[in-house]
Design a protein around this ligand. Structure first.
Ligand SMILES: [Zn+2]
Length: 297
């Protein structure tokens, strides 16, 4: 399978990759940088208004350090769907999901840690035929995973400028939908990032349909609604038209369940209502119609 065109590195001023030397990882967001003798000058993903650089300044770790301090846990979520998360929590703390299909497995979203036991566990589940990622905060170590499983990485072209470790397996797709194969479609929803993507799995939830949403649609603690934000750590909302665009992109799809970005993030049923309800509540918030607010001046 070959979709889209090759993404070139967005940061040509960075040092050239040096084989066999350390690979630095941003400790805050978990993004892997090309191998280099010295740490990169900055992490553009954390410098962006949607993320943050810690008070004490940019922190770097390395792939070697991470392998010694963390391990991955693989757990089954439902038939043909597995979650892979790092313990202790690493970077932003998202999980990756491995979706098994007859045409091959999709790794949905990505995490930074890829150690030998994880490679073996994923191979035992059928390997990875394609990697698809919702938005730049989860690009993480996509290059390591792509190389380990010889799989293409499919990113929406609207976010291509955030790729800091480009390689020939990274492919940008354009437009509103990209069908990977029977029953699996990437849908561009936007919102949190212009290329914000969700994965629609037609056969999930016993055939009712599933969305893998990253945090393009955020599973909230009360489960009955989804949230939408421009920046989650910095509490920056989206304009109403972006929320409408996200909801309008997914509501035509058949689905009853949503798996979010973080461990435990699940709307087990009634997920379409949760999207409708999330949009309704968001509009109420913007109009000042939630309980306890002063009337407009
Ligand atoms: Zn970062």
């Amino acid at each position: 399978m070959m979709v889209g065109e090759e993404v070139k590195d967005a940061r040509p001023e960075e040092p050239e990759p040096v084989t066999g030397t350390t690979q630095f990882v941003c400790a805050t967001c978990g993004t892997l940088y090309p191998a280099s003798e010295a740490p990169p000058r900055a992490c553009p993903i954390c410098q962006d208004v949607r993320q943050y650089v810690p008070d004490a300044g940019q922190r770097w770790t390395t792939t070697v350090e991470l392998v010694s301090r963390h391990r991955n846990v693989v757990e089954r979520l439902e038939p043909s769907l597995y979650a892979i998360r790092s313990e202790p929590r690493l970077g932003i703390g998202q999980r990756a999901l491995l979706l098994q299909t007859p045409e091959g497995n999709v790794l949905w979203d990505c995490i930074t840690l890829l150690d030998r036991p994880t490679v073996e566990a994923v191979r035992a589940l059928g390997g990875v035929a394609a990697i698809a990622i919702s938005h730049p905060h989860y690009y993480s170590a996509q290059r390591l995973w792509a190389e380990a499983f010889d799989a293409p990485v499919l990113l929406h072209g609207a976010d291509r400028a955030w790729v800091v470790d480009a390689h020939p397996r990274v492919r940008a797709w354009e437009g509103e939908q990209q069908r990977l194969w029977e029953g699996v479609t990437l849908v561009r929803a936007g919102g949190h990032f212009p290329g914000g993507t969700v994965l629609h799995w037609e056969g999930g939830a016993g055939g009712a349909g599933v969305l893998l949403s990253g945090d393009i649609l955020q599973v909230t603690p009360d489960r009955g609604v989804v949230g939408f934000m421009y920046s989650y750590p910095n509490y920056l909302p989206l304009p109403s038209w972006e929320v409408d665009a996200v909801a309008d992109a997914v509501l035509p799809l058949a689905f009853d369940r949503i798996y979010g970005a973080f461990p435990g993030g699940l709307i087990a049923q009634g997920a379409r209502d949760a999207v409708e309800q999330g949009r309704r509540r968001y509009r109420q918030a913007l109009r000042g119609e939630l309980p306890g607010l002063r009337p407009p001046p």
